[in-house]
Write a protein that binds this ligand. Structure first.
Ligand code: NDP
Length: 609
């Protein structure tokens, strides 16, 4: 990436006149904005969509059905049919595994893209790197940031190509996985009374899957229509994920939340509703998207291997590493490009402290650009000011959209900013902020998904390993794995996700690398006719020590952030946040470590029996 600027005489400046912004004033403002959002109840502010509120979980896309409980046996059970489970299935098929069963609570493959069909839903990472197995399916996305129907269809196409529909159990929720030592098999218990057996289990549960609700007093009393964005009710709104919400023309709509989901659906709600009230607690940073249809000339020139090269290049760019070219070159990698404008010479020659200062300055610069963008697009300057995000760009998932800010120029759209506090009450007829009730016909909840405070509360079920060891207990104080994928006392069990692994914003890259690694281990075990394959305690301890050696920096940065699910709502316990315990040396380095491990060929630290 561009990291040099030969025109300066000193490494970098902190002079506001030269920078065009005042770093000290901005740091103070960031702290002030964070502090006013910290709540005593932390993550406890959210409530489960259960009991009286269980309608928020309704699946609009599958017909209810009954079936007899299953007690049969498969070689590999994959829990989850999203991109993660699909990539595991594909990698296992490539490795020659015939007997695979995918289990998912949804009615089809797709995971995130099965559930998230809200208007405007699209990938926020470039589709050419986000969508997996493109060359394997001989497919090039139709646009740079593909929309939800294309992402769902791609999931289905992967499942068909790799024959993964065979033996699937959809609309089936896991209640417990239990290792049966006497037969060396996992027993899979579900909400349909199943007790299926599997030699191997791959836990591709996904992250952020269960809608969560804000515990705003009175939420259960609202008498109008209401639903969560993760379960969009098109019967009520009309239209489709392409928009055209034709039934909202006479409706007053309120939406709570202004995260990445809202940024994508609010332009459609603004266009269609008689009146739209957006209840904002914290603004998202919204940069330009510049989506475009795929250029046929570019597509025609793609050479075999293009996808892998682009995916890897993007993760290097996001990790701030060097590459000759920034292939994707979009808003995600801007901060790193900005560094060239801030520092003279090679950043690696600076001390750690100076490097941190340079990154902070590049971040300030990027966020100033984004704040100025709001001021230049939104006509009412009080609204524009309320839409400016005052925190570091990666404190929350950065957003990109070309119509979101423009929506506030519509006379029918009102931003109801709550000064970091959220609405005070929900009544039978509306939402109350600062003592004023905003009457609405429809309330859309866009407050995201359960993160939970540990792995099993997120997945929704416990895993009971050898000698009755419960995963919830083993990981109560943090992850403990070998390479994030295996853990001692849980033979033949593999964890996909963010556990002690190399994390990149392009989650499908991380998950794809894990799928390859998993398939390699399973293939090795099968070739050796093994009954069990399990991480040794010593290898696990060694990997934990490696992960711990990086931990502090990420956690400190997150703790300085405005509250959100990245830092466990700013509770000062980011060790329990979604990124806690990851391998901190960078995703690219992690992928290199596991590749070298495979190349050694002796399954170091893994016991095969
Ligand atoms: P998020 O958790 O990211 O955002 C939730 C929003 O709800 C925040 O703005 C939050 O504000 C707000 N909120 C929570 N409680 C209240 C309250 N009491 N009053 C007012 N506002 C409240 O959820 P999303 O569904 O937007 O996104 C979830 C994740 O899914 C994203 O972070 C992203 O990783 C992913 N995503 C990816 C997309 C893609 O294109 N690939 C698209 C959409 C989502 P506050 O910040 O103050 O907590």
């Amino acid at each position: 990436m561009t990291r040099k600027n030969e025109t300066r005489t000193k490494p970098f400046s902190t002079d506001p006149a030269e920078l065009g912004f005042d770093p000290v004033a901005l740091r103070d403002k960031y702290n002030m904005e964070r502090d006013k959002r910290i709540r005593k109840d932390g993550y406890g502010q959210y409530i489960d969509a259960a009991g009286k509120l269980s309608d928020y979980m309704h699946d609009f896309y599958a017909e209810p059905f009954t079936r007899e409980p299953l007690t049969d046996e498969v070689e590999v059970a994959i829990i989850g049919g999203g991109f993660s489970g699909l990539m595991v299935g594909a990698a296992l098929r490539d490795a020659g595994v015939k007997d695979i069963r995918v289990i998912d609570k949804a009615g089809d493959f797709g995971g995130t893209w099965y559930w998230n069909r809200y208007p405007g839903a699209q990938c926020d990472i470039e589709a050419y790197v986000y969508m997996p197995l493109l060359e394997e399916l001989d497919y090039v996305p139709t646009e740079r940031y593909a929309h939800a129907p294309e992402l769902l269809q791609h999931s289905i196409n992967i499942a068909k190509k790799y024959d993964l529909y065979k033996d699937t159990c959809f609309q089936t929720e896991i209640t417990e996985l239990r290792w049966d030592e006497s037969i060396s098999r996992w027993i899979i218990h579900t909400d349909r009374g199943d007790a299926m057996k599997a030699r191997y289990v791959a836990l591709a549960n996904g992250l952020l899957t269960r809608p969560k609700l804000p515990g705003i007093p009175g939420i259960e009393t609202f008498k109008g229509h209401t639903f969560h964005t993760g379960r969009w009710d098109y019967d009520y709104t009309g239209g489709s994920s392409a928009g055209d919400l034709s039934k909202l023309g006479d409706k007053r709509v309120g939406i709570i939340g202004t995260g990445p989901t809202s940024i994508q659906c609010i332009p459609h709600l603004g266009e269609a509703s008689k009146a739209l009230y957006v209840f904002q607690r914290t603004p998202s940073s919204v940069d330009a998207r510049y989506n475009a249809p795929t250029d046929p000339v570019w597509k025609a020139k793609l050479k075999p291997g293009w996808h892998k090269a682009r995916v890897e290049n993007f993760s290097i760019a996001l990790g701030g590493g060097y590459a000759d070219e920034d292939m994707v070159g979009d808003g995600w990698t801007d901060i790193f490009r900005n560094i060239g404008g801030i520092v003279t010479g090679d950043i690696d020659e600076l001390s750690d402290e100076e490097q941190e200062q340079v990154f902070e300055l590049a971040d300030f610069q990027k966020m100033e650009e984004i704040r100025n963008r709001a001021a230049s697009i939104v006509e009412d300057q009080a609204t524009a000011e309320a839409l400016k995000a005052y925190y570091r760009q990666y404190c929350k998932r950065p957003c990109f959209h070309d119509d979101y800010l423009q929506t506030y120029n519509r006379p029918s759209v009102t931003l109801v900013d709550t000064n970091g506090q959220g609405p005070e009450r929900i009544t039978e007829t509306g939402v109350v902020v600062d003592g004023k009730e905003y009457e609405i016909d429809c309330l859309i909840i866009s407050t995201g998904f359960e993160v939970g405070s540990n792995y099993t509360s997120q997945s929704g079920y416990d895993v009971i390993g050898r000698n009755g060891t419960a995963l919830s207990k083993k990981w109560a104080d943090g992850f403990s794995t070998l390479h994030g994928l295996q853990t001692h006392d849980f033979p033949n069990c593999f964890f996909l996700g963010f556990t002690q692994t190399g994390v990149t914003a392009n989650a499908t890259h991380t998950l794809g690398e894990q799928a390859q690694h998993l398939a390699y281990i399973v293939a090795q075990a099968m070739a050796r006719k093994a009954e069990t394959v399990e991480a040794t305690q010593a290898a696990e301890d060694e990997w934990c020590a490696v992960c711990d050696s990086y931990g502090d920096k990420t956690e400190r940065l997150l703790e300085e952030c405005t509250p959100g699910y990245y830092n466990n709502e700013g509770s000062g316990a980011s060790k329990k946040g979604i990124f806690s315990g990851q391998y901190g040396g960078g995703a690219a380095q992690f992928f290199d470590i596991i590749k070298k491990w495979r190349d050694e060929g002796n399954l170091r630290g893994v016991e095969i029996k």
